[in-house]
Ligand binder design. Structure first.
Ligand SMILES: Nc1ncnc2c1ncn2[C@@H]1O[C@H](COP(=O)(O)OP(=O)(O)OP(=O)(O)O)[C@@H](O)[C@H]1O
Length: 292
């Protein structure tokens, strides 16, 4: 018996309950769902020691989707990102990437299209220039010439609104610029022709610790990068409500390693799902129990 016994909001139910919302979102959702999922997790379980962290997660990510994962601390959100990216494998269940089952970590079985993790901290290499940081993947994993890599680096930096800074060192940048550079590094492989426009960026708390205006800038950047490549998808894990509402088309609420609810950002306010209601209100009493 799972922890989450609340009823999941499913698309047909939304269509019946919120016809206006459905009318707005249906064209996008139906077109993306006609395609094969980019990534599928099927009944994924993962424990660390005796602690069961993911307890039977099913999740499909379709081309062009922007998904937000919400949930209390320690409930397995980052673990899902690490499994999707191939950094770790589940203990059981299946992970499918572009129709291929993943059977080994990313170091042994490369993803068929770019999947990049962007962390809260920019985590740039301080001894490399901005250009070398952004082009790092291409220098390491492709046979492109230095001139070609410089071209992609310039395109990528342009996309994040930072042209002409490839020669600078990370220490010369502000915190906001470092974050943008980390985004440029994440998207560079998606610019390559062989990616076929398919890509998945996994943002782990991209606006944590930022003031509301800086958060808006980052949220706008995430949206703008996706608009530049309509088939690009992303998953964002966040505790910031503004980021949830402004960046995700489909939301997933995770609790104790299980999906308790999923639906649109608009449906979040309408649902009577007890997990969603408690989570958004921040009440202590309810089915979600956290260590105090
Ligand atoms: N490599 C690891 N070894 C042992 N325990 C781990 C490891 N990685 C994660 N955990 C544990 O798994 C649980 C889930 O961690 P995870 O980072 O996925 O949660 P989260 O939902 O992203 O939390 P938060 O919102 O606080 O970032 C936590 O209790 C964490 O301590």
């Amino acid at each position: 018996m799972g922890w989450c016994t609340g009823e999941s909001a499913r698309w047909p139910r939304i269509a019946a309950t919120f016809p206006k919302i459905w009318a707005i979102f249906a064209p996008t959702l139906m077109s993306s769902r006609d395609a094969e999922p980019l990534v599928e997790l099927r009944n994924v379980r993962k424990a660390f020691g005796k602690q069961m962290v993911l307890d039977g997660v099913d999740l499909s990510i379709y081309p062009g989707e922007a998904i937000g994962i919400l949930g209390p601390s320690g409930t397995g959100k980052s673990t899902i990102l690490r499994i999707i990216s191939g950094l770790i494998l589940p203990d059981s269940g299946e992970v499918w990437v572009a129709g291929q089952q993943r059977t080994a970590p990313i170091t042994e079985q490369p993803n068929p299209f770019p999947i990049n993790l962007v962390f809260q901290q920019a985590a740039l290499f301080d001894s490399l220039t901005v250009g070398e940081n952004v082009g790092f993947y291409l220098y390491q994993h492709t046979r492109l010439s230095p001139a070609e890599i410089e071209h992609y680096v310039a395109c990528s930096l342009d996309s994040v609104g930072l042209p002409n800074i490839a020669h600078l060192m990370p220490s010369e940048l502000s915190g906001g610029m470092r974050k943008r550079v980390s985004f440029a590094r994440a998207i560079i492989s998606t610019l390559l022709e062989e990616s076929g426009g398919r890509s998945l960026i996994l943002y782990d708390e991209p606006t944590a610790g930022l003031d509301p205006i800086a958060s808006t800038v980052v949220e706008d950047l995430m949206r703008s990068l996706k608009q530049q490549q309509p088939q690009a998808s992303y998953v964002v894990v966040t505790h910031q409500e503004s980021t949830t509402r402004r960046t995700a088309d489909r939301l997933i609420l995770l609790y104790r390693g299980q999906v308790c609810w999923q639906g649109t950002a608009a449906a979040l306010d309408e649902t009577d799902n007890i997990y969603v209601r408690q989570f958004l209100s921040g009440r202590i009493d309810g089915p979600i129990q956290v260590a105090t």
